[in-house]
Design a protein around this ligand. Structure first.
Ligand SMILES: [Ca+2]
Length: 209
C-alpha cells in the first residue's frame, strides 16, 4: 500500500440553491482513460431531491460517470448503464462516500459509506474514456452543458478526489477517520486550484492540515 499523504488539500463547496443551471464546478484537470477508479467525497444533502454530485461526459457518452442521489437511493451510471444503491441516510449530515469501480476488469463495484462497505455490485460496462468534461453539481446532457434546473445540486461537497485504482479498505477508513490523510497520486481533485467555480457556489473555510 502506498504511503498516505498527511497534508491532503482541503476543499469545501456550498451549493445553496437547487432548481437552477448556473451553479457548478468544472474540473480543469484532464481525465485519462480509466480501467478502474475510486472516487471519494464528503457529501451533505440539504434535501432528498435529485442531487447530481459527479457528471463526467467523455464527449460521446454524457453519463460516462454519473453519481446522483434521489430520495433514499444513490444512482451510479457508468457508460450509460445505471445501478441503484440504497442510500437511506438522513439529510443535513456529512457522509463519506467512496465508489471503487472495476468496470472493465472484474466488473465489481464497491460502495463505501463512512468507512464501511455498504454495497457490492457486479456491473461491467467497460473502460471509461478520458478526454472529457468533469462537472460537480449539475448533470451533463451534452458535453459541458445541457443542464436541467430540476437536476442541480443543493448540498455541500468536500474533498472530492479520484484515483485510477481500487483503494484498499484501510485507505478508505483512514480518510473517513482523518480528513488530512489520503492516498497519494489522485488523478483529479476538487482542490481550489483545480476547478472553475460557476454561479452561486461558494467555498467554505476548512481546516488546515
Ligand atoms: Ca439531465
Amino acid at each position: 500500500m502506498a504511503k498516505p499523504l498527511t497534508n491532503c488539500p482541503q476543499s469545501t463547496y456550498h451549493f445553496p440553491s437547487g432548481d437552477q443551471t448556473r451553479s457548478y464546478l468544472r474540473v480543469k484537470t484532464p481525465v485519462p482513460d480509466l480501467k478502474q477508479f475510486t472516487s471519494c467525497l464528503w457529501m451533505k444533502r440539504y434535501s432528498k431531491n435529485i442531487d447530481p454530485w459527479i457528471s463526467y461526459s467523455d464527449g460521446r457518452i454524457h453519463n460516462a460517470i454519473m453519481v446522483f442521489t434521489q430520495g433514499d437511493e444513490l444512482i451510479l451510471w457508468i457508460n450509460d448503464k445505471s445501478i441503484h444503491i440504497p442510500f437511506p441516510f438522513p439529510t443535513s449530515t456529512d457522509y463519506h462516500v467512496c465508489i471503487a469501480s472495476a468496470s472493465s476488469t472484474t466488473g465489481k463495484h464497491y460502495v463505501f459509506v463512512n468507512g464501511e462497505l455498504h454495497q457490492l455490485i457486479n456491473h461491467a460496462p467497460g473502460i471509461v474514456k478520458g478526454g472529457g468534461v468533469f462537472i460537480i453539481g449539475q448533470d451533463q446532457d451534452d458535453i459541458g452543458g445541457g443542464f436541467q434546473a430540476t437536476q442541480s445540486l443543493q448540498g455541500r461537497v468536500s474533498n472530492l478526489a479520484i484515483w485510477d485504482r481500487l483503494l484498499d479498505l484501510s485507505e478508505i477508513v483512514q480518510m473517513y477517520q482523518n480528513r488530512c490523510i489520503c492516498p497519494p497520486a489522485s488523478i483529479l481533485s476538487s482542490e481550489i486550484n483545480n476547478v472553475n467555480i460557476n454561479g452561486g457556489v461558494s467555498t467554505q473555510m476548512t481546516r488546515e492540515c
